[in-house]
Write a protein that binds this ligand. Sequence first.
Ligand code: BGC
Length: 584
Amino acid sequence: MRAHTHRRHRRWPGRAAAGASALALGAAVFAVGSPAQAAAGCAVDYTVANDWGSGFTAQVSVTNLGDPLDAWTLEWDFAGDQQVTNGWNGDFSQDGAHVEVTGTAHNATLATDATAQFGFNGNYSGDNAVPGTFTLNGVECDGTGGTDPDPDPDPDPDPQPGERVDNPFAGADMYVNPVWSENAASEPGGDAVADESTAFWMDRIGAIEGNDSPTTGDMGLRDHLDEALAQSSGDRPMVIQTVIYNLPGRDCAALASNGELGPEEIDRYKQEYIDPIAEILSDEKYADLRIVATIEPDSLPNLVTNVGSGEGATEACNTMLENGNYVEGVAYALDTLGDIPNVYNYVDAGHHGWIGWDTNLGPAMDLFYETASSHGASPDDVHGFVTNTANYSALTEPHFDVGDTVGGQQIRQSDWIDWNQYADELTFAQGLRDQAVSAGFSADTGMLIDTSRSGWGGPDRPSAPSSSTDVNTFVEESRVDRRIHVGNWCNQAGAGLGHRPTAAPEPGIDAYVWVKPPGESDGSSEEIPNDEGKGFDRMCDPTYEGNPRNGNNPSGALPDAPLAGHWFSAQFQELLANAHPSVG
Ligand code: BGC
């Protein structure tokens, strides 16, 4: 099945047959041959693979029909006001309408008949005409004397209809959201990560069609899926990640991400949100995409720790426990999306500093299993779990294990760890996976870890374990997670980008992913009137002294933050500076 949309296509003429037989003589002939053997020449295929009115993605193939090139630069002039915003597989520069692209490490040289492929996103207004003339190292590419480079290969990887793979990330390319990418690229130094894959959040009904919110731009769900097809290289599957995030009474233990649906609006959730999403995702033309869905961050974990009469409980979470609408909504999402063979559901499971205590993990797993077995859902609808979504927990604490002792005292009894079974996300995710399998979920359950802000690099990162024999001093001086308290979650000062998205990094882990698009705020640091349903949570206020859920500690939040989900330039720059592994 071929799946092309919004394609504007222009192909330059192919080369004559003589060139093809020269190629058959093999490389040695070129090594001794005279330059006259191959005339200078090139062919270019420039395809507008996706166009959403104000922006576009172009895929470009350039084939060298002349002598081998040790370095190459392709140049063209745009006819309109197109502006390249970010590109991949090439170094880009633009001066007015004039663009130059130079091959990078893996495609820096171009043998005779070899093709280099690169792509870019751009903005434009008016008409998005395809450039008329290209030059390769100064020679006009008119396609003479060359073979057709087949620049438009079949993008479909061996389709296996109806069959999910064990790990959708393995061997796959990962979708780059152009809206986030452009925000990242517009920051100083942001180019270095602007080609990373981030999830796009379906954070309100309007996001399905596309609304003009600051972080979704005007791209709706279909636009993202079309763009994912456009970004597909043809020889590898493409994985695209979305976040299902619009439950009734959303974000019951906080205010920053309260949503549009009231606690009782379960029918609207089903009919106006999940059903239309499912209809789009089940469109046959997207059947070859691997669609990863993170299901409802924070919802079920909130029903574990923030209910009842304990001091962390909130009235709103008790309401959502009593009316059953989180459970019903999650089950409905799992069941409905689970019917689509190329959708992979990962249920949000909080993070180690929340669910890592046995007394929370046991009840959480019971709730996950009960939910996945209710309202028509089945545990088979759950492909795995995702931890650390939009949180800041360190992926690993390299200087201690939670089971170690220092000066005769257990690490676990330190104030920071506070008897938790886990000190970091990797061990937590692996432990949670084991428990999920024991609880009755599939033996192939896979884990995702949101590493977008788990890096904790920069000058304050301890480079070695402390030499103290006092367990509290030891942990304080050794831990890389520099938060004031592990319950702090809003725009954390000092955090850095974590591991770049990576498939199958560790046993049991399907991927490290960037679910929270780094640079998007967790919540405003003061009250900002808005029509998104978002409240002001004092955990985002740097002057706040805390509540029982963070042990009554200061919030650790950065100042001057915009509303949740809006671009927060200062935070992005700090995340970049404190990245671990470092960027660049
Ligand atoms: C916000 C969403 C946003 C998401 C990703 C959440 O905190 O409430 O509106 O889409 O973060 O940035």
